[in-house]
Design a protein around this ligand. Structure first.
Ligand SMILES: Nc1ncnc2c1ncn2[C@@H]1O[C@H](COP(=O)(O)OP(=O)(O)OP(=O)(O)O)[C@@H](O)[C@H]1O
Length: 241
């Protein structure tokens, strides 16, 4: 199966009467696309709206076919999977049990096969299969969350700040995992606060501020752009390209 292509046109979403995103248009082509932006810009809101967890208006097309709003199970059936901010694992369940839950729409045979695939992709998790998820380190928990999302064999993976709260070495490992997933043929749309490292692994990026896009382009170009450098990489980076 070919990697998914997501097109978003004129999207608006928010909470109750409060609109966070207005008239947003973007694309996630095969590969790794990153959404950058300050706290409160609406990055998580965008992923939730795409995953069908909150109401939205506008067009969301997955491979040219509309994705219905507010329908999380339809989104999963169409091949979309979300790794939510903060991981949201079942702390009192084992790693294996958490992974199995990610295959809730699959057959028993598919679940068994994908669990073996997950352990092949994440050898650390095989060693910890019977450990309670809540007792894992932050980085390990993030790995479980990504592996759980992969249990539905998604064509489009939405990753919300995979590096949040992790030590630098774990940040590198999680971003490398995101890159590997994209290279293996699952389109990845990732929200990240770690601007420099995210742009180093991504193909393309968008910068979201106060609910609107202010910059977009190939990741290498964004990393060089003076606006991005001044706003996110600090004055030194802007002065020393
Ligand atoms: N459940 C909610 N109910 C009401 N307002 C919310 C809710 N969740 C988020 N918001 C508001 O929506 C705006 C965007 O939040 P969002 O979480 O999408 O930002 P973000 O870019 O992901 O930020 P961060 O990097 O801090 O997670 C903020 O003003 C936030 O207070």
């Amino acid at each position: 199966m070919s990697p998914a292509h997501l097109r978003v046109q004129g999207l608006a979403a928010g909470y109750g009467g409060f609109l966070v995103l207005r008239d947003l248009s973007l694309e996630a082509a095969p590969g790794l696309t990153v959404i950058l932006g300050p706290n409160g810009a609406g990055k998580t809101t965008l992923l939730k709206a795409l995953a069908g967890l909150i109401a939205r208006t506008g067009d969301v097309l997955l491979d040219g076919e509309p994705l219905p709003p507010l329908n999380a199970s339809a989104a999963v059936r169409r091949g979309l999977s979300l790794v939510p901010e903060g991981r949201q694992l079942f702390a009192q369940m084992t790693v294996s049990e958490n992974l199995e839950l990610g295959g809730w729409l699959s057959t028993k045979a598919e679940r068994t096969e994908r669990l073996q695939q997950a352990f092949a992709d994440f050898p650390k998790l095989r060693e910890r299969a019977q450990q309670l998820a809540g007792t894992m380190s932050g980085g390990e928990q993030q790995m479980v969350a990504v592996a759980r999302a992969m249990m539905s064999a998604p064509r489009l993976l939405l990753l919300d700040e995979p590096s949040l709260g992790l030590a630098p070495r774990m940040v590198d490992e999680l971003l490398a995992i995101a890159r590997r997933i994209a290279d293996a043929g699952t389109t990845v749309l990732m929200v990240e606060q770690n601007v420099r490292k995210a742009l180093a692994v991504a193909d393309r990026g968008y910068v979201l501020e106060r609910g609107a896009l202010v910059a977009s382009g190939p990741a290498a170009e964004l990393a060089r752009s003076s606006a991005v450098r001044e706003a996110y990489l600090g004055p030194q980076a802007a002065a020393n390209p």
